[in-house]
Design a protein around this ligand. Sequence first.
Ligand SMILES: [Zn+2]
Length: 86
Amino acid sequence: MKTQLEQTEFWVGTFHGSHDGLSATVTATRDDTRPEPYAWMCTCGRTRSFPTEHGVWPTAWRHTHPTRADRLRSWATRLFTDCTVR
Ligand SMILES: [Zn+2]
């Protein structure tokens, strides 16, 4: 994970939470040189980008504060992925 922002990148926000039993930190940035200027990156390696600031906050919050339904879904996705890989 990179520790320094690019010159065109602006810090937008940081979200602290946890998922999968591990603490997670999401860093949101804005970079007007990207096709989708808004993006966030989690310490788990997940990244997402958005055309507007609108999608950043709820998804970053949700990612670091998963609900029971989210956990169930990720569990189901993993199960499904395991089955298809085999
Ligand atoms: Zn994460």
